[in-house]
Design a protein around this ligand. Structure first.
Ligand SMILES: Cc1cc2nc3c(=O)[nH]c(=O)nc-3n(C[C@H](O)[C@H](O)[C@H](O)COP(=O)(O)OP(=O)(O)OC[C@H]3O[C@@H](n4cnc5c(N)ncnc54)[C@H](O)[C@@H]3O)c2cc1C
Length: 411
């Protein structure tokens, strides 16, 4: 067995793990190893929307311009449709189509994650095609990890800190006692790449159609006329209704009055429709302990309304790096000392996750969605108010209070 020794070992090179590595380097930590069971570029089932929040962290890391070198598509707003079919286009504030500034974009994770990983690879040691299967413990402290390379070589990595950035089915979350999310705090979703969908508008599209409610059907624009198409619903609802999501997506595309027209000449690529789960931030995990931290999906941080998780994965990587470098300086890797990571992370993302959890519950009421979207479709000031709410946390609260909604409808 090969034996290695580092200050920090990060399991998983997705946006969470690679951001942790890059922020650690920025704060002067040198002995860092980043491992992943895949070889990059690798695919990740996703909607491929890289939001303003993700862009903000990429900008902080100095890597945002690298995304211009890979295929991507700028997005300028959100197109919603209500259960009764009202369409509502809400531009992101300060956006004009065709202008160079783009508040967000869609980039296949195959390409986008590779941008972040390759930057991390320049900064820290990495091992790809290395699957971690267990953790090493000493005196109640995490002391490293054990895994196997694709060629069969077993490797033991000893480290002062272990970071679990290994996604939805995280081995590190399991080994540190954080079980999988309950079905009511998990979304199950599909993804297919289609070429030739008509009627694209430069927006990401969220359609609250009857067939998928209380979830939604999405169409996100990609490069060269491709689109990322999927639908998602709470796992608890899927189980209750015994839904077959792949079949549902095929049915919507073949039979829905609007989408059968838009998909008439469209073709899905050879991968077909794939399915994956999203662990939501509405269930709060303990993300720290003696000698270990969790980030990203391993920490269950996905927005319960939008399904966005890349931004929070990168944000948690930033805070994890901050508290790991502090713990290294202090020589204190205790649960007590690392608690500050969880506290700072949740003080930052907690209010937004709570708001989104309330919006998710509100989204179950068809009549309410119909009413708000009907009103917004005819009143520019209501559209403007919603646009502001999409980018402003305080304002978003109006959307989840009955009084705020009544005000909006009566405006
Ligand atoms: C259908 C769907 C649509 C989504 N749409 C969006 C969207 O449009 N925008 C958005 O922001 N978010 C979206 N999300 C959420 C987003 O995909 C995740 O929140 C994000 O990938 C989390 O990043 P991460 O780095 O924590 O995990 P991941 O990106 O999953 O990376 C984890 C890494 O760990 C590696 N790994 C796993 N196990 C091991 C092991 N045992 N040993 C070594 N390596 C291991 C994997 O190979 C992987 O590279 C969507 C999710 C789904 C399922």
């Amino acid at each position: 067995m090969e034996k290695l020794e580092y200050d920090v070992v990060i399991v998983g090179g997705g946006p969470g793990g690679s951001s942790t590595a890059l922020f650690l380097t920025k704060s002067g930590v040198k002995k860092v190893l980043l491992v992943d069971k895949a070889r990059f570029p690798r695919d990740k089932i996703c909607g491929d929307a890289f939001s303003g929040k993700s862009m903000g962290i990429a900008r902080e890391l100095g890597i945002v311009n690298d995304f211009d070198k890979v295929p991507h598509e700028a997005v300028y707003g959100v197109l919603f449709s209500s259960p009764k079919g009202t369409m509502l286009e809400i531009p992101f504030p300060g956006t004009e189509k065709g202008k160079a500034t783009k508040p967000g974009f869609c980039v296949r994770r195959l390409n986008g994650d590779n941008v972040i990983f390759q930057n991390a690879k320049k900064a820290v040691d990495t091992i790809e095609e290395f699957t971690v299967s267990d953790m090493i413990w000493e005196d109640g402290y995490a002391a490293g990890i054990i895994g196997r390379k694709k060629d069969g070589t077993e490797i033991e990595v000893r480290a002062k800190m272990v970071v679990g950035a290994d996604g939805t089915s995280s081995v590190i979350a399991q080994k540190t006692g954080q079980g999988a999310s309950r079905p009511e705090h998990q979304v199950i979703a599909t993804r297919g790449y289609y070429k030739g969908v008509t009627g694209m508008t430069g927006n990401i599209e969220l359609h609250f159609i009857d067939e998928v409610m209380p979830g939604y059907f999405w169409i996100f624009p990609l490069e060269d006329g491709w689109a990322n198409v999927g639908l998602g619903i709470l796992t608890s609802e899927k189980q209750k209704r015994k839904m077959d999501l792949k079949k549902l997506q095929e049915d919507v595309i073949a039979n829905h009055a609007v989408f059968r027209e838009r998909f008439k000449g469209a073709k899905i690529d050879g991968q077909g429709i794939k399915v994956w789960t999203l662990p939501l931030g509405s269930a709060r995990r303990k993300n720290h302990g003696n000698g270990w931290l969790l980030v990203g999906d391993a920490a269950s941080l996905i927005d319960p309304f939008s399904g966005e998780g890349v931004g929070n994965a990168m944000t948690s990587g930033k805070f994890a790096a901050k508290h790991i470098s502090r713990a290294l300086r202090e020589g204190d890797f205790s649960e007590e000392n690392l608690k500050a990571y969880d506290t700072e992370l949740w003080e930052t993302i907690g209010p937004e996750i709570n708001t989104s959890y309330n919006l998710q519950k509100l989204g179950k009421h068809k009549w309410l969605l119909n009413m708000v979207m009907d009103k917004a479709a005819t009143k520019p000031n209501v559209r403007q108010a919603i646009s502001g709410m999409l980018s402003n946390e305080e304002a978003k609260k109006n959307l989840i209070s009955p009084l705020g909604l009544i005000k909006l409808i009566l405006t």
